[in-house]
Ligand binder design. Structure first.
Ligand code: FAD
Ligand code: 2HG
Ligand code: ZN
Length: 507
């Protein structure tokens, strides 16, 4: 049954090729963030040549970048919406160096912006004014892997895909996977509490991360780098650094639990008539596939069609209003095959699945995943894309897409919705020929108000960063914001860590 459903996928695309192509496709630079969003510089020190001399004395000549052309890529975010004005990039190689740099910056009140792979989608990874960029790209050592417990300990600058390749060779996988895996760092993942494609199965990073080492603003190294699954000794401090987007401390090392490499993997890509049927299919997948279900993703027609056309990727099935991607991770091929066959037979007969392809061949699975993972980049080809990563209770999950289409009319090239159904997280992308304040103000705060009315969260994955502090109150109560402010004051009294991000000015 499964084999007879399989259709042929001709082209195999190497992962992340398009990520880089899109990133460097346009030479146009975004307007300075401070001007675009009318931000006022806070009262920080200004970097002087004596500071550069000091940094060079700690890091050496080569690991302090000050040439404008060298610094530029660190000033511009992936989506090309934000541009900072940093004059210096520091590239530490050890925790001790990070600590020394921060102690100095804190004393001089020099603001810093930590940067991992710079794939963040909310402007958090680039400076706004002249914050000094601290890049983790040279802190990329794997420290230890316990293949019995699955605990991996590594430095913050390890690229997620490199870690995944490393642990796979040893019978394990990383507990998270995302389209930016070839570029993003594990430290960036921890700092954003990244979700991704298999959160449904392996949970979020607050669960998978066993411990962290982080450096506070004053240079104090906080050692919470335990590799234990259970450790109830007092406050769970690691959580302060997971998802705080570099505003409470700089993550220098991570201990993370890696699940066992599944022996049997299957991937289905199905055409579905309407969104109601997507939800019915999800319910059925949960009950019929049970513990082997590892991903349940959906994309509407425009998401897939636009991506296939813009990035010249093959769509292995014909056109449908909705697409669903179902993946299983299991340990026994026959057992998984039987379950999958039952699910498919049932849902093809019931009409929930109109057509589709199922495969366990790595190259074919890669082609399907590549199409899904490339949706994020498709909107950047020849234009600009407003991105939202909201979570909404499932019954209203897709409601905002038609509402926004109607609201924007021909002001938008496309409005499409896709995402992690299993996590209640939809990505809404609005593509336009270029960024304009007019479209921006038609979208914001409207979309956040609607999400709030639906009891959702204004950010399910990408965080608050630079772009959303003024909207955080739609998802955080005043009492919680007050505590966030107190924690920030306690851990970073001079406010030098990633200023203008996450916390709104007035709480
Ligand atoms: P950066 O972008 O460099 O930084 C992100 C934030 O973390 C910034 O605020 C930065 O200051 C801070 N930071 C970085 N490193 C450190 C550190 N060591 N210590 C303290 N603070 C630090 N996100 C998802 O959650 N799920 C997805 O499925 C997903 N898919 C994506 C697909 C594409 C194609 C792209 C471009 C992005 C996607 N993202 C996704 C967003 C992004 O990849 C994640 O947020 C990722 O975790 C960022 O990692 P990074 O190393 O690039 O961090
Ligand atoms: C995804 O799930 C990412 O593909 C990116 O979180 C979403 O770019 C986006 O809107
Ligand atoms: Zn996502």
């Amino acid at each position: 049954m499964i084999k007879s459903l399989a259709s042929f996928v001709k082209l195999v695309n190497k992962n992340n090729v398009f990520l880089e192509q899109v990133r460097y496709a346009s030479q146009a630079l975004p307007q300075l963030s401070s001007e675009k969003y009318n931000i006022h510089r806070k009262d920080f020190g200004r970097i002087e040549s004596s500071d550069v001399d000091y940094f060079r004395s700690v890091l050496g000549q080569d690991r302090v970048l000050t040439e404008e052309s060298d610094v530029l890529p660190y000033n511009v975010d992936w989506i090309k919406n934000c541009r900072g004005q940093s004059k210096a990039v520091l590239k530490p190689k050890s925790t001790e160096e990070v600590s020394t740099i921060l102690k100095y910056c804190n004393e001089r009140k020099l603001a810093v912006c930590p940067q991992g792979g710079n794939t963040g989608l909310v402007g958090g990874s680039v400076p706004v004014f002249d914050e000094i960029v601290i890049s983790f790209s040279l802190m990329n050592k794997i420290i230890d892997l316990d293949d019995l417990s699955g605990a991996l300990v590594c430095e913050a600058g390890c690229v997620l895909e490199n870690l995944d390749n490393y642990v796979r060779e040893r019978g394990l996988i990383m507990p998270l996977d995302l389209g930016a895996k070839g570029t993003c760092h594990i430290g960036g993942n921890a700092s954003t509490n990244a979700g991704g494609l298999r959160l449904l199965r392996y949970g979020n990073l607050h669960g998978s991360i066993l411990g962290v080492e982080a450096v506070k603003a004053d240079g104090t190294v906080i050692d919470c780098l335990r590799s234990l699954k259970k450790d109830n000794t007092g406050y769970h401090l690691k959580h302060l650094f997971i998802g705080s987007e570099g505003t409470l401390g700089l993550v220098t090392k991570v201990a993370i639990h890696c699940p066992v490499l599944p022996k049997s993997v299957n991937l289905g890509f199905f055409g579905v008539k309407n969104f109601e049927n997507v939800l019915k299919l999800y319910k059925s997948a949960k009950s019929k596939l049970g513990e082997i279900l590892s991903a349940f993703e959906m994309a509407d027609f425009d998401s897939i069609n636009f991506t296939a056309k813009n990035l010249k990727l093959p769509n292995p099935i014909s056109d449908y209003p909705f697409y669903v991607l179902v993946e299983t991770h299991g340990s026994e091929e026959t057992h998984d095959g039987e379950k999958l066959t039952r699910f498919l037979t049932n849902e093809m007969e019931s009409g929930l699945i109109l057509d589709g392809t199922v495969t366990s061949e790595p190259a074919k699975m890669q082609t399907i995943w590549n199409l899904r993972e490339s949706i994020a980049a498709a909107g950047l080809v020849g234009g600009y894309v407003f991105k939202y990563d909201v979570s909404i209770p499932l019954k209203n999950y897709y409601d905002l897409v038609p509402i926004l289409k109607k609201r924007l009319g021909d002001k938008a090239t496309k409005v499409f919705g896709y995402g992690h159904v299993g996590d209640g997280n939809i990505h809404i992308n609005v593509t336009v020929p270029q960024y304009t304040k007019e479209v921006s103000s038609m979208l914001e705060p409207f979309i956040f108000e609607e999400v709030s009315k639906l009891n959702g969260s204004i950010s399910a994955e990408h965080g608050i960063g630079f772009r959303k502090p003024k909207y955080i109150h739609y998802s955080k109560d005043q009492s919680a914001l007050g505590l966030m402010k107190d924690l920030k004051q306690l851990m970073d009294p001079n406010g030098i860590l990633n200023p203008y991000k996450v916390l709104p000015d007035h709480i």
